[in-house]
Write a protein that binds this ligand. Structure first.
Ligand code: FES
Length: 256
């Protein structure tokens, strides 16, 4: 049946059945359509930690689980992973990890700075447990290898999707917190190696000079109904398409 035939506002019914899962060893029967996070709430848990964005971005909800009769340790984000029958799980909302403090002005963007801050980097035995456990499919061991080679660009590229859930640190035989090390590298690379973007500097200058103030003042005087209309109108608010290339700019460049 088409959406129109069903009526625009009618939400199709989702059929689900109750399945058993085990949260910290205790059995609960929950609908099989739920994520781990929603299933835990369904079972009566209330999140005051270990839950942030609910959208797979903040990394707060790392979870480990095993399936009945299977020795493998599995991992997932509680907000993204759908429950399965016979899942034994627990959430790891926080895992202690070493995070080096360094003086930004006094720290050159060279490999030795990272080695000094994180000497444990060289405890990596290349077991690859970190990569296998990553719910974001980040090649953790490979970016650690890139850091050891002093290749900040490669390490930045490989670690860019890290959401800092910390699951890699829970499995590391070298006892390092890979995600903190990668974050230091990305900061040094972005802040001290990558050339400044000329167009960004121009834009900041324009903002400071008040170039956009008349448009802002105009919007501030506009009533809510008109603002809503402008917001929804494709002509007034052209949205950058997904996966557009670096050269994309809106057709209407009046406010650029
Ligand atoms: S709550 Fe943010 S990643 Fe799951």
């Amino acid at each position: 049946m088409s959406t129109a035939a069903m009526g625009e506002d009618r939400i199709p019914e989702v059929k689900s059945q109750q399945i058993p899962i085990f949260i910290m060893g205790k059995r609960y029967d929950v609908p099989d359509s739920l994520t781990i996070m929603k299933a835990m709430e369904y079972a009566g848990y209330k999140f005051i930690r270990g839950c942030g964005c609910r959208g797979g971005i903040c990394g707060a909800c790392g979870t480990v689980y095993r399936m009945q009769g299977d020795y493998h340790i599995r991992v997932g984000l509680a907000c993204q992973t759908v429950v399965q029958p016979g899942m034994y799980l627990t959430q790891i909302p926080f895992y202690p990890a070493n995070r080096a403090v360094f003086d930004w002005d006094q720290t050159p963007a060279v490999a030795e700075s990272v080695f000094k801050a994180y000497p444990e980097l060289f405890r990596c035995v290349a077991c690859n447990a970190c990569t296998k456990v990553c719910p974001m499919d980040v090649p953790v061991m490979d970016y650690i290898a890139a850091i050891k080679r002093g290749d900040f660009e490669k390490a930045t590229e490989l670690s860019f999707d890290c959401i800092q859930c910390g699951l890699c640190a829970t499995r590391c035989m070298g006892e390092m917190a890979q995600y903190h090390i990668a974050q230091m590298v990305r900061r040094l690379y972005g802040g001290k190696i990558v050339p400044r973007a000329a167009h960004l500097a121009e834009m900041v200058t324009d903002i400071k000079a008040g170039k956009f103030q008349p448009a802002i003042d105009e919007l501030k005087k506009t009533d809510i109904a008109t603002l809503k209309k402008l917001y929804m109108s494709k002509e007034a608010r052209e949205i950058e398409p997904n996966m557009s290339d670096d050269e994309w700019t809106p057709a209407n460049r009046a406010h650029l």
